[in-house]
Design a protein around this ligand. Structure first.
Ligand SMILES: [Mg+2]
Ligand SMILES: [Zn+2]
Length: 168
């Protein structure tokens, strides 16, 4: 069983400008690539779980999303992270479609857990919204860290949270 580092995208990996849909608007949050690479060295499989209702709302297309994802993954790989398209889960639906993948529903996390044989009890979710934390909770992910949107991660603080939860 693997342990995963689940990451929300907008506001955690990149600056959330609202419905980011092209590389020109995609700005990595400072330090995030180092953080992911460090966690991967510690044995965590990086998994991106992102609500992309901009597709369902018609603000951008599925192709736009795929192009942007390829750009994001390429930048990650250049930073030494081992990751491919299968590690990115997205919900393309609008809220009124009432799907089971749009966070706070746990669909994307459950699919990843199943596909990669992840142990949620050893895994971490980092998100900037309550819905990220709720989705992780519903999927049984043990460690959940809600950060402030668009702000660099405090690595020490995250490790402290994980350590504290392990011992409680
Ligand atoms: Mg977010
Ligand atoms: Zn969905």
């Amino acid at each position: 069983m693997k342990k995963a580092l689940f990451l929300d995208r907008d506001g955690v990996i990149n600056i959330d400008h609202g419905y980011v849909s092209c590389p020109e608007e995609f700005e990595f949050v400072p330090g995030i690539l180092d953080f992911i690479r460090t966690m991967q060295k510690k044995g965590y499989l990086p998994i991106v779980v992102t609500n992309q209702s901009g597709i369902g709302r018609g603000y951008y297309t599925a192709e736009d999303f795929e192009r942007l994802t390829e750009y994001m993954l390429e930048r990650m790989r250049k930073a030494g992270i081992v990751i491919d398209r299968t590690q990115v889960f997205h919900c393309p639906h609008a809220p009124e479609e009432k799907c089971n993948c749009r966070k706070p529903a746990p669909g994307m996390l459950l699919e990843a857990i199943d596909r990669f044989e992840i142990d949620p009890g050893e895994s971490i979710m980092i998100g900037d919204k309550t819905s990220d934390i709720e989705a992780a909770d519903a999927a049984g992910v043990r460690h959940k860290v809600q950060i402030e949107k668009n702000r660099p991660l405090d690595h020490d603080k995250i490790h402290q949270i994980i350590r504290r939860e392990k011992h409680s």
